[in-house]
Design a protein around this ligand. Sequence first.
Ligand code: ASP
Length: 598
Amino acid sequence: MSDLPSLRANGYRDTWCGGVLGDRVGAEARVAGWVHRRRDHGGLIFIDLRDRTGIVQLVFHPEDAGGAFELGHRLRPEDVVSASGSVVQRSPETVNPELPTGEVELKVSAAELLADAETPPFQIEGFAGDVGEDARLRHRYLDLRREQMREALMLRHRVTAAMREFLDREGFLDIETPVLTRSTPEGARDFLVPSRSQQGSFYALPQSPQLFKQLLMVAGFERYYQVARCFRDEDLRADRQPDFTQLDIEMSFVGVDDVIEVNERLLAHVFERVGGPSLSLPLQRLPYDEAISRFGTDRPDTRFGMELVDLNNILAGTEFKVFASVIAAGGTVRGLNAGKRELPRSALDGLISRAQELGAKGLVWAFREGGGWRSPTAKFLSAAELGALNERLGAEEGDLLLVVADKPKVANAVLAQLRLDLAADFNLVPEGADALLWIVDWPLMESSDGGGWDPLHHPFTSPAADFDPADPGGARALAYDLVWNGQEMGGGSIRISDAGLQGKVFAALGIDEAEAEARFGFLLEALRYGAPPHGGIAFGLDRLVQRLANADSIRDVIAFPKTASGADALTGAPAPIDEVQLRDVGLQLRAKRPPGGR
Ligand code: ASP
């Protein structure tokens, strides 16, 4: 097979297992690898030998001199072996069409045991999916021997190789940035590393290379990329890891369209190389406000409809207290039409509990019946209101309607999730459909719980030209996110390249001059030495590969991931350190926090 890596013949092997093909019949070959499977058959011993490229069948004959048969007899799964012999055609009835090497076998004349394997804690061959993830992570080097994991990591390699190939061709320079650094705020908690030489001081691990890539633009590199490790001390969710990888990109003398254009071509190139969906460019761009209004979320899955609808003005004068009080308090009533469904009461109760679990106070359900509703709520609404609601929701006879009245943020989040749940339950996503789109025209800031303002991206994102510091909530950002089938794959922005404007944005975010100077003085200073207009993006590599591999978990495309509690089951990290190490860095441990304490 031409896509096998080249191989220098040596005492271990001269051929890849996956290279022992029909065209080698009659030739001699020497292979090396792991015993995948072993069978005893009418005095013959069959070994499936596995290396990175595939599996070849070895046959040990009892009449073989030189101890090979005797060794074959002793071999057990995962032993490491080198074997040589002649490639022979299998008889037609023993051909294995499942294997590329299935037409031939290697008739072993000499074999050497290179390493004995203990019985693995789970089977590599014929791995059953019910092996616990803890065991898989604890013995990750064994788990990684499985074909599915090997394929996933090889795919990951091909993705990054294609990225590098494209970016190199486009003149981007691969430049590394430090891992021991100062806080680079991306909205998460920092991982900290105590300094030994300056006791009491700490490095922070970068949440992203954001500030360094901006400095590289100030330095005049113009086009930068890096496959960068990022560190965020967040509560882990299913698709998060405390250390993860981004494809990080920055460019100078560009606006939003320039960054989007080159990144669309990058994605198209990568997908083409690794067999992802074929993209028709340019991709759709959806303004943030429209995404929220139609889908309730800034990462909409647009592969199916069931869009959200505003019901406020229909209900402005309603007598129904629940709706009226929410509207009076500045809340919103929104709903969706889930289509013609027949659901038992228990399933409807399930939807209500789900809505509550997602943060709503309640959920109104209804089926359109004639001009009105079949619903416990119907009696509280006038015939005119029901008629208007049916019309706004596009309801036909028997359609299931769901309505949430709450603060806009809650109503949107709850309906957005119910929409996804229902799509999964009712199989609404068309087979093989893919939707990649940009979310653009973001707000610059959102109000924070403390009454101030938080950046929607990070504090270095440029506001649109009409920025008015007196109206932070109205400001728009030159930012863009890429969404694939409802998952955020990456995001970026044009940056602030003017120290004065950066100061104003810091001020609006409640970062005063002294704090800005202390935390980001180096950036503000750099911006005063001639900073080009610049912008960039970062893609979550793990997630991108997960989607391309169609893997259930992000952990299935990472060689050595952490468990859900942030632990490394293989090495035992994080682990206590001894007194000497603590003293070296000038630290003393406090009593452990009681559970739930601060
Ligand atoms: N640094 C940003 C992030 O990690 C991406 C960017 O703005 O380029 O999300």
